[in-house]
Design a protein around this ligand. Structure first.
Ligand code: HEC
Length: 131
């Protein structure tokens, strides 16, 4: 009885470790796909590397967890600054932003949206790795 429950715990732990590893691999794959999407869709205006210069849009290194409109040296639009008070970028806000920037910050200057939910999820998974 005692031996049996020890074995069960052992198998349970192993299963948890394996499924955590599979989940981590899935997350890495999704972020990898997101990196390609970002290169193709965002990189005309944004840089992603640490300390890279701003482009037409602000540098996005560390965007998850950063307050809105807070990248040093970037001249944000009046609309963006007006909407920014108290807002910090998280996955939910990024999803809303990429779906329709104008509902998040009316009058902002980013002329891009991504209507495909699965593509947004991948892009945001990639942004989440930039720390
Ligand atoms: C045509 C140029 C352009 C493209 C393409 C573009 N952006 Fe932007 N983005 C901007 C501009 C300009 C701003 C600043 C808007 C303002 O100040 O009104 C901005 C702002 C942002 C912000 C807010 C940053 C901050 O510091 O608060 C995020 C997040 C963002 N973009 C993500 C993306 C992502 C992700 C993509 C690709 C899926 C993308 N953008 C594609 C031009 C672009």
């Amino acid at each position: 009885m005692k031996r049996g429950s020890t074995l069960q715990i052992g198998i349970g732990t192993l299963f948890a470790l394996v499924s955590a590893a599979i989940q981590a691999q899935d997350a890495a794959d999704i972020a990898g796909l997101g990196k390609k999407l970002a290169a193709n869709n965002c990189a005309v205006c944004h840089t992603f590397g640490k300390d890279e210069p701003n482009g037409q849009g602000p540098n996005l290194f560390g965007i998850v967890g950063r307050p809105m409109a807070a990248q040093p040296g970037f001249k944000y639009s009046a609309g963006m600054k007006a909407a920014a008070a108290g807002k910090v970028w998280d996955e939910h806000l990024l999803d809303a932003w990429l779906s329709d920037t104008q509902t998040v910050a009316p009058g902002n200057a980013m002329t891009y949206f991504e209507g495909d939910e699965a593509r947004r999820r991948k892009i945001i998974a990639y942004l989440n790795t930039l720390h």
